[in-house]
Design a protein around this ligand. Structure first.
Ligand code: AMP
Length: 307
């Protein structure tokens, strides 16, 4: 992988390279050794896992991690487009990448280290068919994204567990934007006794309400405007339940009707559920969580909110 050519010097710490002013670990051993050293020195580690193509949603997680570990702590951001969470029909090959910009944002935000592993580092032996261990959460993954993307969460829990073992964080910060994912990771972390705290930080939005997402870059101008139907659906349901409880079936129909008014948009799912257990609810009221997935053109977008 070509990394910001022309600005890549070996730092004093022989295990890390400094890329555009940000310490970078590319091997698991280097990341682990450094993280262990930090922990032994009493420094707290805050961790933000990402797939790169960073935006202010990601950077808000970095700011939250910094708040949690303090000025003397270490904030690590990983950039890894994890192949096991993409189905063969999905956008792995064309997932947007811009390491140069990512590094500029990391430096600006005071990220202490980027963990930038290769596929071979993350999945040893996979090319030779030897890799054979996965982490599966069996309950919270059953609905919504787990239905539309049946192999997705196995990839997510596996890679996040592995990243936890590499970065050894005290605190890991995830975005509410991926509400189900955050719930699944919190469950996995508790179930597998990871010695860390999982924090979920609020969804950052563009001024017009569109949730920030690396995938927004796929949208053409007309699609970008029709993509507002996700946040508008949440706002419409919020207005509806402000007047009193409503049957989920009615609200689902209303959302389907609203999405149909945008020719480029196609509803994948809309669900109303308990914010923590993710249990679907028939009667929607204030405090119910809502999530939806909508294809806008070929781009699949998700959003969610508390009603
Ligand atoms: P990704 O790079 O899409 O895998 O996202 C990495 C992390 O950033 C995940 O914890 C996401 O939930 C979080 N994230 C993505 N978009 C947003 C957003 N708009 N606001 C807050 N967090 C976000």
């Amino acid at each position: 992988m070509a990394l910001a050519a022309g600005f890549c010097d070996v730092s004093l710490d022989a295990t890390a390279v400094t890329v555009n002013g940000v310490k970078t670990f590319k091997t698991v051993a280097a990341m682990q050794r450094t993280a262990l050293g930090w922990r032994q020195a009493g420094l707290r580690i805050g961790f933000v896992p990402t797939m790169g193509f960073l935006h202010d949603g990601h950077m808000s997680l970095v700011r939250e991690a910094r708040r949690r570990v303090g000025a003397t702590g270490r904030v690590v951001l990983s950039i890894y487009v994890n192949p096991t969470q993409f189905a063969p029909t999905e956008d792995l090959a064309k997932y947007p990448r811009d390491l140069k910009r990512d590094y500029a944002l990391c430096r600006e935000e005071g990220v202490d280290a980027v963990f930038l592993p290769s596929d071979a580092a993350m999945y040893p032996g996979k090319a030779g068919g030897l890799y054979s261990t996965y982490v599966v959460e069996e309950r919270l993954t059953q609905g919504m994204e787990g239905v539309s993307r049946p192999t997705h969460f196995r990839g997510v829990t596996t890679v996040v567990a592995k990243l936890f073992n590499c970065v050894l964080p005290d605190v890991a910060v995830f975005g509410a934007k991926d509400w189900q994912q955050a719930a699944v990771i919190r469950r996995m972390s508790t179930d597998l006794n990871f010695p860390l705290k999982v924090i979920v930080a609020p969804t950052r939005r563009e001024p017009d309400g569109l949730a920030m997402s690396s995938r927004n870059t796929y949208l053409g101008p007309e699609e970008r405007s029709q993509a507002l139907v996700l946040s508008e659906s949440i706002a419409a349901c919020r207005r509806a339940v402000a007047k009193g409880p409503a049957p989920a079936a009615d609200l689902k129909k209303a959302v389907a009707r609203l999405v149909k008014t945008r020719p480029a948009a196609r509803l994948d799912y809309v669900e109303f559920f308990h914010p923590e257990t993710l249990e679907p609810t028939r009667e929607v009221r204030r405090g119910t969580q809502m999530a939806l997935a909508v294809f806008v053109g070929k781009t699949r977008l998700i959003d969610n909110g508390r009603l």
